[in-house]
Design a binder for this molecule. Structure first.
Ligand code: GDP
Ligand code: MN
Length: 396
C-alpha cells in the first residue's frame, strides 16, 4: 500500500525524524487557514503548496509551487486542487488532485547552497537484508544519477537481526561529506528513519530530497512510503490511511469480492486457481505470442458466482482479446467449474471475446464435454500446450 507524502511524513515524525511541517487542505480557504496556522507554529513567511497524489516528479509537472503571501497561497491552491497532474510517473491523462499539503518553506531565502541528498530504505531481496541507499545528488531523478554517475550512489546493508549499527549511521554521514553539527544531525536522522522503516513494516521509505540547511538542520522534505500489505493487519492506523481514489479501480473491486487481481498491460485475460499456476499461465500466454492482461487467482472455489465475478473484472479491460481459463481440479471438481463457466457465460448474455478453457484433474473429461456441447464461443483443452495453441489461433 502506498501513502501520500503527508501521511509518510506523519509516520516519520512519530519516530522522531525531522520533517518539513505541513497541513493538508482540500479547498483554497482551508489552504489559507493552514498557512496562517503554520506561520504561527513555525514562523515561516513563505509556504510551499504540494499536490498530494501517488506519483513522484510532482515538481516537474507543476504540482509543487512556492507562495510568498496568503493571496498566492489561495491562488496556487485553487489552481492545483482539481487539476489533472501529469508527471513523468503518471499516464498522459495525469492524476486528479484532491488535496494539497501546505508546507513551511524550509529553503531559506538567501541560502545560497541548500544541500539536497537522496536517501531510501528498502529490502534487498538478493541478500535478504535491508539496505539504505543514499547519494549526495538528491532532489533530481535518482534514476538519472544511477545511469550517468553510479559511483555517486552509496549502499549500506543492514542485518535485520542486529538493526542499524551506530558505525553505519556515521559512515553514511561521512560519505555525504558532513562534519560537525550536520554530521551529528545526520546520524540521528538516519537512525530515526531506519526505526520508522522497520517498525512500520514498510518495504520502502524514500526521502528525496533530504535537505541540509545552512544552519545544519537535516530535514525530510519529501516522503514516498510503501507499507507491506501483508503486515497491515497489525497496523490498523496505517490501514486507515489507504486512499482508494489513488488505486486501480478494478483491483479495488477485486479485493472487495475476495479475488486476487493485478492489472497488467497485455491482451489475454487469465483466470486461474493458485498463484503458481497463474504465473505459469502468464508464461504460457507469452510463449503463444500474447501478453497477459492481468493476474487473477480465483482460489479454491470456482463456482458460477465467482467465475462470473472474475469474468466481469477481466472484461472491464478494453484491451482483452481473449480469455484463458486454466484450472487444476484438485480439491475443486473440473465438471463443477465447467458448469460454473457455462452458467456464468449464459447469465452474462454475450461475451464478445473467445474463451479458452483448460481444465485438468478430477473429472476433466466430463468437464470438456460440458464445454464442447455448450454451444458457446468457449474452446476446451486438457493439455497445457493445447491451450497455448488455441490462444495463438484466436489471436492470429
Ligand atoms: P516531487 O517533485 O514529487 O519529488 O516533490 P518534492 O517534494 O521532492 O518537491 C520537489 C521540489 O520542490 C524539491 O526538490 C525542492 O527543490 C522544491 N521544494 C520542496 N519544498 C520546498 C520549500 O520548502 N521551499 C522551496 N523553495 N522549494 C521547495
Ligand atoms: Mn521528491
Amino acid at each position: 500500500m502506498n501513502l501520500h507524502e503527508y501521511q509518510g511524513k506523519e509516520i516519520l515524525n512519530s519516530f522522531g525524524v525531522e520533517i518539513q511541517r505541513g497541513i493538508v487542505a482540500t479547498t483554497p480557504a482551508e489552504a489559507v487557514e493552514a498557512a496562517k496556522k503554520l506561520t504561527e507554529e513555525t514562523g515561516t513567511g513563505w509556504h510551499v503548496i504540494k499536490a498530494q497524489v501517488h506519483a513522484g516528479g510532482r515538481g516537474k509537472g507543476g504540482g509543487v509551487k512556492l507562495a510568498k503571501n496568503l493571496q498566492e497561497v489561495e491562488q496556487i491552491a485553487g489552481n492545483i486542487i482539481g487539476m489533472s497532474l501529469v508527471t513523468p510517473q503518471t499516464s498522459a491523462e495525469g492524476k486528479k488532485v484532491h488535496q494539497v499539503l501546505i508546507a513551511e518553506d524550509v529553503y531559506y531565502p538567501g541560502d545560497s547552497e541548500p544541500e539536497e541528498y537522496y536517501m531510501s530504505v528498502l529490502l534487498n531481496r538478493g541478500t535478504g537484508k535491508n539496505m539504505i541507499m543514499y547519494s549526495t545528488e538528491g532532489g533530481m531523478d535518482i534514476e538519472t544519477v544511477a545511469e550517468e554517475t553510479p559511483h555517486l550512489i552509496f549502499h549500506e546493508e543492514i542485518d535485520p537481526a542486529t538493526g542499524l549499527m551506530p558505525f553505519q549511521a556515521r559512515r553514511i554521514a561521512f560519505n555525504l561529506g558532513l562534519s560537525g553539527q550536520a554530521f551529528k544531525q545526520m546520524t540521528k536522522f538516519v537512525s530515526a528513519l531506519y526505526k520508522a522503516y522497520e517498525n512500520s513494516d514498510s518495504s520502502l521509505f524514500e526521502i528525496n530530497p533530504v535537505l541540509k540547511t545552512s544552519d545544519d538542520k537535516i530535514i525530510a522534505v519529501d516522503a514516498k512510503v510503501t507499507i507491506d500489505d501483508n503486515a497491515l493487519f497489525r497496523h490498523k492506523d496505517y490501514e486507515a490511511m489507504r486512499d482508494l481514489r489513488e488505486e486501480n479501480p478494478t483491483e479495488v473491486e477485486a479485493k472487495a469480492v475476495g479475488l486476487n487481481y493485478v492489472d497488467l498491460d497485455g491482451n489475454v485475460g487469465c483466470m486461474v486457481n493458485g498463484a503458481g499456476l497463474a504465473m505459469a499461465t502468464m508464461d504460457l500466454i507469452k510463449q503463444a505470442g500474447g501478453e497477459p492482461a492481468n493476474f487473477l487467482d480465483v482460489g479454491g472455489t470456482a463456482d458460477a458466482e465467482r467465475v462470473e465475478a472474475a469474468f466481469k473484472l477481466i472484461l472491464k479491460d478494453p484491451n482483452v482479446k481473449a480469455i484463458l481459463v486454466n484450472i487444476f481440479g484438485g480439491i475443486v471438481r473440473c465438471d463443477r467449474v465447467a458448469q460454473g463457466i457455462v452458467d456464468a457465460y449464459k447469465n452474462m448474455g454475450t461475451i464478445h471475446v473467445p474463451i479458452i478453457v483448460r481444465l485438468q484433474g478430477t473429472n476433466a473429461d466430463i468437464a470438456k464435454e460440458i464445454i464442447d456441447t455448450s454451444g458457446l464461443d468457449v474452446h476446451s483443452a486438457i493439455e497445457f500446450q493445447e491451450a497455448a495453441d488455441k490462444v495463438q489461433a484466436v489471436l492470429a
